[in-house]
Write a protein that binds this ligand. Structure first.
Ligand code: NAP
Length: 247
């Protein structure tokens, strides 16, 4: 079943990890996909995988922190694809440190990319989607935005903030046919989590009822559901994909 037949999607942070898996799952379900990344060359593998599914991939260079660059990306999608049905705000970083040692740069860089980046995306997608009277925005938050985590004051604040943006934007745009939801992944096997020590991994496992780290595809499948018509009566929701960590 092609859940996104004749749909056009924009995914940020599309070069690897969860973003790449989202692009591929969307292409497998019939969507043409535009990927946004600071380094467009890094999206070559994503482009190959999307095109192997017989779909178009548009590679766009933008830093999500910069409103004018995000605006230009949405303009490129409107010019190239003619409409924007799905936006996935996925780009994100970590700069971990204990609160008492965390400096302003570590705080601000995470807030700029993870929180302001999502604000920029929702704002620039809102106009074309409201004009179309349809659209689905999916913001990637984190279990850490729900539960907190030592060493991640900046990251958890940014991811909790994403939930605020999601719910307020959902309320603002529901009457115009635009839905806004969030996904809160747990620990997923990507570059972001690959540096865990054996001890940290063991401690982590004891908090995951399903007893395994997640795969990028575990998140991508839920994003697909929220992007598609299968979830058309859902907006302002946060769906956890975390093996049961935050039940
Ligand atoms: P990842 O492998 O580190 O990938 C992050 C992606 O974001 C990369 O493509 C990166 O591009 C891009 N990016 C970073 N800063 C950007 C910017 N300013 N503008 C545009 N793109 C930018 O991370 P991931 O694990 O797939 O995570 C994806 C999302 O899921 C993030 O929002 C993360 O916080 C969230 N999440 C992840 C986990 C997990 O366990 N992995 C858990 C919960 C939530 P470059 O490669 O060019 O730097």
């Amino acid at each position: 079943m092609e859940l996104l037949k004749e749909k056009f999607a924009l995914v940020t942070g599309a070069s690897r990890g969860i973003g790449r898996a989202i692009c591929v799952v969307m292409a497998q379900n019939g969507a043409d996909v535009a990927g946004v990344d600071i380094d467009p060359d890094a999206m070559a593998e994503t482009a190959k995988l999307v095109e192997a599914e017989g779909r178009r991939f548009m590679s766009l260079k933008a830093d999500v922190c910069e409103m004018d660059e995000f605006e230009a990306s949405v303009r490129s999608v409107m010019d190239g694809f003619g409409r924007l049905d799905v936006l996935v705000n996925n780009a994100g970083i970590t700069r971990d440190n204990l609160l008492i040692r965390m400096n302003s740069e570590e705080w601000q860089s995470v807030i700029d990319i993870n929180l302001t980046g999502v604000f920029n995306g929702v704002k620039v997608a809102a106009r074309p989607m409201m004009k179309q009277r349809s659209g689905s925005i999916v913001n990637i938050s984190s279990v850490v935005g729900l539960l907190g985590n030592p060493g991640q004051v900046n990251y958890s604040a940014s991811k909790a903030g994403v939930l605020g943006i999601t719910k307020s934007a959902a309320r603002e745009m529901a009457k115009r046919g635009v839905r806004v939801n969030a996904v809160a992944p747990g620990y997923i096997k990507t570059r972001m989590t690959e540096e865990l020590s054996d001890d940290a991994r063991k401690a982590l496992m004891s908090n995951i009822p399903l007893n395994r780290l997640g795969e990028p595809e575990d998140v991508a499948n839920v994003v697909l559901f929220l992007a598609s018509g299968l979830s058309e009566y859902m907006t302002g929701q946060v769906v956890s994909v975390d093996g049961g960590m935050a039940m």
